[in-house]
Design a protein around this ligand. Structure first.
Ligand code: IMP
Ligand code: MG
Length: 185
């Protein structure tokens, strides 16, 4: 297994900048949902570190739930058309203020499919909070109500985002040098 230093080309967003922005997002969300009934839904697995830190910066009472989706017919680093739910919510979201928490919106297919699916369950409101956005890659239009950072079209890792499932634990967002990266499996 390579040490990430071997393929890290640059730190795009350092830990302090991530945490500062997440505190701002949490403060804004706390103002926007004064009446509660707020449910954060984390899309596994990339959204986990973001959701945990975001939740701790939200000062209004809220619940959390988790779901996992996988895209059909995918190359390992990109998604296509539709998504399949592989782990569904444990909670009924009818009449809840739902905030979907995602690590990154890339093509937009994942979020767009999840939004359509959740809409049928009749939440009171349904919004999206994404840590990162790669607007140049967008294929499906998705509303991002709360955004951490807009980033250039580079493959990134760390803070939830994986490289072949590794390195989600890193506290920063780094850019991969794909010429130097050797997948372990
Ligand atoms: P979308 O359906 O193309 O918007 O894909 C979103 C998903 O692709 C994210 O939840 C990530 O899991 C993955 N993804 C997109 N870009 C990157 C990246 O630069 N690094 C790691 N994962 C990424
Ligand atoms: Mg993901």
């Amino acid at each position: 297994m390579q040490n990430y230093n071997e393929f890290l080309s640059e730190i795009l967003i350092d830990s302090d900048s991530l945490q500062a922005r997440i505190k701002e997002l949490g403060a804004q969300i706390s103002l926007d949902y004064p009446d509660g009934d707020l449910m954060l839904i984390c899309i596994l697995r990339g959204g986990v570190p973001f959701m945990v830190d975001l939740s701790r910066s939200i000062t209004v009472p809220h619940m959390m739930d988790f779901m996992a989706v996988s895209s059909y017919g995918v190359g390992k680093r990109e998604s296509t058309g539709s998504a399949r739910v592989t782990l569904d919510l444990q909670t009924d979201i009818r009449s809840m203020n739902v905030l979907l928490v995602e690590d990154i919106v890339d093509s937009g297919h994942t979020i767009s499919a999840v939004l359509q699916m959740l809409e049928t369950r009749q939440p009171k409101s349904l919004k999206v909070c994404a840590l990162l956005d790669k607007p140049e890659r967008r294929e499906a239009a998705v509303p991002i109500d709360y955004l951490g950072f807009s980033i250039p079209n580079k493959f990134v890792f760390g803070y939830g985002l994986d490289l072949d499932e590794y390195h989600r634990n890193l506290p920063f967002i780094g850019v991969v040098d794909l010429d130097k990266y050797k997948p372990a499996h």
